[in-house]
Design a protein around this ligand. Structure first.
Ligand SMILES: *[C@@H]1O[C@H](CO)[C@@H](O)[C@H](O)[C@H]1NC(C)=O
Ligand SMILES: *[C@@H]1O[C@H](CO)[C@@H](O)[C@H](O)[C@H]1NC(C)=O
Ligand SMILES: *[C@@H]1O[C@H](CO)[C@@H](O)[C@H](O)[C@H]1NC(C)=O
Ligand SMILES: *[C@@H]1O[C@H](CO)[C@@H](O)[C@H](O)[C@H]1NC(C)=O
Ligand SMILES: *[C@@H]1O[C@H](CO)[C@@H](O)[C@H](O)[C@H]1NC(C)=O
Length: 460
């Protein structure tokens, strides 16, 4: 009996508290409304226009869920709350907007409609953030939000009904390693799960690059790519700005977006380039592709090398730079090879088209150990390709004749490396050619042949 009044008092207190809370909130929003009144009108105006853009989206188009796979942890909380979040790591910066955007100014301005104030951002949409030299070629994309003092453009020239994915085709393009490492693989990582329901908006638009990778682009997107360079305004229901990156020529199955490995990427290349050979055992007489370099790290005795290889029973095909540039044809040629031999250099990136169980033989010039292992050696294994390394002796380097056997360039590369990248580069990367010891190299190729002979589809 005694407890009843106390309970009543408690209820009363609770009710008063609730009323107070409601009042405080109402006051807060009221004053907030007044504060933001000056641009609220503009916003609701653009909101109605932008949301009419949204109506065109397929009701089943799950943009939110597709975008959500690109964010984790705190970013996902922010994304769920604001419909927008950005994440930067060492290699790349990626912003994700699950709300209408207007892309204009040659693709270099992205206007995102927001209720919430957001920090305006500059993103350079190329996956080599840590490399100042590469990033100098990449135009910054400015992301403005609904509360910006800059008004969005009044009208859309084009209204699209799938997500935009904005990236730059500059950076280190022109070098096939960088093209795959910083664009093609990151594009796959970022967009494969959209199942072609997206449009690429390419900043720093390079027509030759788009043509070269037409097969990849058209297998990742069901639409033509957009070159926003003509001053038009493109409106989208949402956007990804920048590309996710995992590692050198690598995909990490547990990293964002989850579920894609190098094997999935190889399967994708197989479909895109119509590659026929799955496993090296399908090739009757072993074919060896020799990557022929013309500017640096050349094989000075290439003809002798070819002779020795043919002597071992390989059919040898040389990959000259001109041939490599037509990727649609070249991918198929590589796919019909059993062994790829090359000095460390971008050409070895084509190992990505080799059938499973094939062998990459990398010739490692002086002072190229780390880059050889990290750029091509490790990735080869992850691709199901066997990997052999032939580390040259000082006598096999042109630097040996140029500097003499006792010079620090030969005896202690660290002294050159410690002078910085450009010093290193001019001596070892650009200034070195190779005169291969045929007898010693033959042993490596015999090993490659043995690997092929014992390789069965079940090992890989
Ligand atoms: C999306 O746009 C394409 C043409 O750009 C059109 O064919 C398609 O029907 C549109 N889808 C919806 C759901 O509006
Ligand atoms: C928009 O939001 C940002 C971030 O909160 C703020 O710094 C800026 O002053 C706001 N701009 C306007 C016009 O309210
Ligand atoms: C919204 O659309 C109307 C008519 O379609 C147009 O007059 C107005 O300028 C638009 N506003 C914005 C902010 O785009
Ligand atoms: C885009 O639309 C605006 C306004 O309607 C127009 O003035 C402009 O010429 C259009 N630009 C292009 C490239 O179509
Ligand atoms: C793969 O990604 C996960 C999740 O981000 C990370 O913890 C792991 O270290 C990565 N693995 C490699 C080999 O980088």
């Amino acid at each position: 009996m005694e407890k009843e009044p106390r309970r009543l008092v408690n209820y009363a207190t609770l009710a008063i508290c609730l009323v107070l809370i409601v009042l405080v909130y109402a006051t807060f929003f009221q004053s907030n409304d007044t504060l933001i009144g000056s641009w609220e009108y503009r916003l609701s105006n653009s909101r109605s226009n932008l949301s009419s853009e949204r109506i065109n989206i397929d009701a089943d188009y799950p943009q939110e869920f597709l975008l959500r796979r690109l964010v984790r942890g705190d970013d996902r909380v922010r994304f769920d709350f604001d419909g927008f979040s950005c994440h930067a790591d060492v290699h790349s910066e990626v912003c994700v907007a699950n709300k209408p955007v207007r892309i204009y100014n040659k693709g270099l301005t992205v206007y995102v409609y927001d209720d919430q104030p957001q920090v305006e951002r500059i993103v350079r949409p190329y996956a080599r953030r840590e490399d100042e030299t590469a990033m100098k070629f990449v135009s910054p994309v400015q992301i403005l939000h609904g509360n910006s003092t800059i008004r969005p453009p009044a009208a859309c020239n084009f209204t699209h009904n799938v997500t935009a994915v904005v990236f730059s085709s500059k950076g280190f393009t022109g070098n096939v390693f960088h093209e795959f490492n910083e664009i093609i693989i990151p594009l796959f990582i970022t967009t494969r799960h959209f199942r072609s329901r997206l449009k690429f908006v390419i900043t720093d638009f390079e027509l030759w690059w788009v043509q070269k990778y037409n097969r990849v682009l058209s297998h990742l997107s069901g639409y033509d790519v957009i070159n926003p360079g003509d001053g038009s305004v493109h409106c989208f229901p949402g956007a990804v700005i920048g590309l996710k990156y995992h590692n050198n020529l690598a995909l990490n199955i547990t990293d964002i977006p989850g579920g894609y490995s190098m094997f999935d990427f190889k399967q994708f290349l197989k479909e895109s380039y119509n590659l026929k050979i799955n496993h090296v055992s399908e090739i009757r007489k072993p074919v060896l592709m020799l990557i022929s370099r013309h500017n640096s790290r050349r094989f000075l005795n290439e003809d002798e090398l070819v002779e020795m290889m043919e002597g071992l029973g390989f059919r040898v095909t040389r990959a000259e730079p001109e041939r490599v540039s037509n990727l649609d044809e070249f991918a198929e040629v590589v796919n019909s090879c059993s062994v790829m031999v090359g000095a460390h250099g971008a050409g070895l990136t084509n190992e990505i088209f080799l059938p499973a169980g094939a062998v990459t033989v990398q010739v490692v010039p002086l002072a190229h150990e780390w880059v050889s292992t990290n750029y091509f050696g490790g990735p080869a294994k992850a691709m199901g390709v066997q990997y052999l390394e032939y580390k040259i002796e000082p006598e096999e380097s042109s630097l040996f004749d140029a500097y003499g056997k006792d010079h620090p360039v030969i005896t202690d590369p660290e002294t050159v490396i410690s002078k910085g990248y450009y010093a290193y580069r001019s001596v070892y990367v650009d200034g070195q050619d190779l005169k291969i010891n045929i007898e010693r190299f033959k042993k490596t190729l015999i090993e490659a042949k043995q690997i092929l002979e014992t390789s069965t589809p079940f090992d890989t």
